[in-house]
Design a protein around this ligand. Sequence first.
Ligand SMILES: Cc1cc2nc3c(=O)[nH]c(=O)nc-3n(C[C@H](O)[C@H](O)[C@H](O)COP(=O)(O)O)c2cc1C
Length: 475
Amino acid sequence: MASLTIRKLDETVKAYLRLRSAGNGRSVEEEVRVILGELIQGRPELSGAPISPSSAEAPAEAAPTINASGERNVTLIIGGGIAAFKSLELIRRLKERHIDVRCVLTRAAQQFVTPLSASALSHERVYTDLFDPGSEFDAGHIRLARECDLIIVAPATADLMAKMAHGHADDLASAILLAANRPILLAPAMNPLMWNNAATRRNVMQLRRDGIHMIGPNAGEMAESNEAGVGRMSEAIEIAAAVADILRPPQPRPLAGKRVLITAGPTHEAIDPVRYIANRSSGKQGFAIAAAAQAAGADVTLVSGPVDLRDPAGVTVIRVESARDMLHRVEAALPADIAIFAAAVADWRVANEGEQKMKKTSAGMPPLQLVENPDILATISKLKEKRPPLVIGFAAETEHLIDNAKAKIARKGCDWIVANDVSPATGVMGGDRNTVHLLTHDGEEINVDSWPVMTKEQVAAELVAKIAKTVEKSS
Ligand SMILES: Cc1cc2nc3c(=O)[nH]c(=O)nc-3n(C[C@H](O)[C@H](O)[C@H](O)COP(=O)(O)O)c2cc1C
């Protein structure tokens, strides 16, 4: 039987063998034995084995790390902060999302959590030492930096961020971060004074410029007694959601380069400094449309009446009170390619708004004289200049829905109407679901497309898809 001297093999084959054996936790000799065994058994996958000079010589171009079951793979670096215990919870949250986790603990991190806990939760070996002969015989820190989809640092201590900003590589964590060719997400955690220190501010700015993702820190109580401020690490569930966002494959962006203007929510029409006329609109539908348009690549401005909703990420949100404020801000936001008026604008306001709080008097109730508010949809639809090429209105009706919506599309001069029944029994006002009918012009005719009951997010996605198709056709 011939003997094989690994040393004498071609360099490309040697490099491949080293990578493969390290990945499988075997010696190179054992790996060769396994490969020969597989060959003899005629295993088909061997024919696709990556023995190519480019993959062997350029580990920076390592193959994607999705494993056989399609799972993603992250390297989690745990820094030496009091929030390290939350990173154990983070491992669980990531695994719930079918993300494989390999943990690296810094020396300081091991003062707060043990490698054993991280290993038990991740079901993987934990790495702590740059000069570990067991993993460094084939430059294991390079593998930890590159054989993953994302590197997370949680908690990202002030010290770790300083090292990153200055390119240090004197321990396993910093060497991985310097050798990385994958996205990096930091979850900073530290005392508010450390966070606000000029040195940390400079480092954070540098890291942001270097394209590093960051989540948090949040404001709240510190571990130190009687201290509060910005510095708490984001919760594990928030970090896991940010990870999922980064790992999500890029979505098509059919509205890239388009400006979309959206209104949402009710308006408040003052009676006096403490009272107002309002309606039950929650703003959820308009906010969902703004988020969907932003996800489709549009540059979105959302003018919203008073609502209790968070700003959708990446959207310019302008908060207003009254119909007149709303019209003013809408006009100022033009030009736009698409305008969607989903706000429930009050039709009337009080003619003589009290400068002081109205008092009960023996003279009886004060008469409330109403005057008509500006009609935002009609005003923008009838603009001579700056009319957006596609203007979409909403018709919220409690009776004769389609007939009223057809009349509205003609009266207002808009292009489409999204009609919905807002009778109390439907639960649309303030609820999470909506049943809508999309009215569009088809020559002289008006086309009515009735959609099934959907969540407001689904309605938003459908509407944005329809808009994208129309924009594509007309360009
Ligand atoms: C009890 C205790 C809690 C600490 N908490 C934090 C913290 O939350 N954030 C931080 O940046 N440093 C914290 N430090 C200081 C770090 O442990 C120290 O800067 C260490 O060198 C950071 O190591 P690393 O670079 O491996 O993360 C703490 C230290 C102690 C003793």
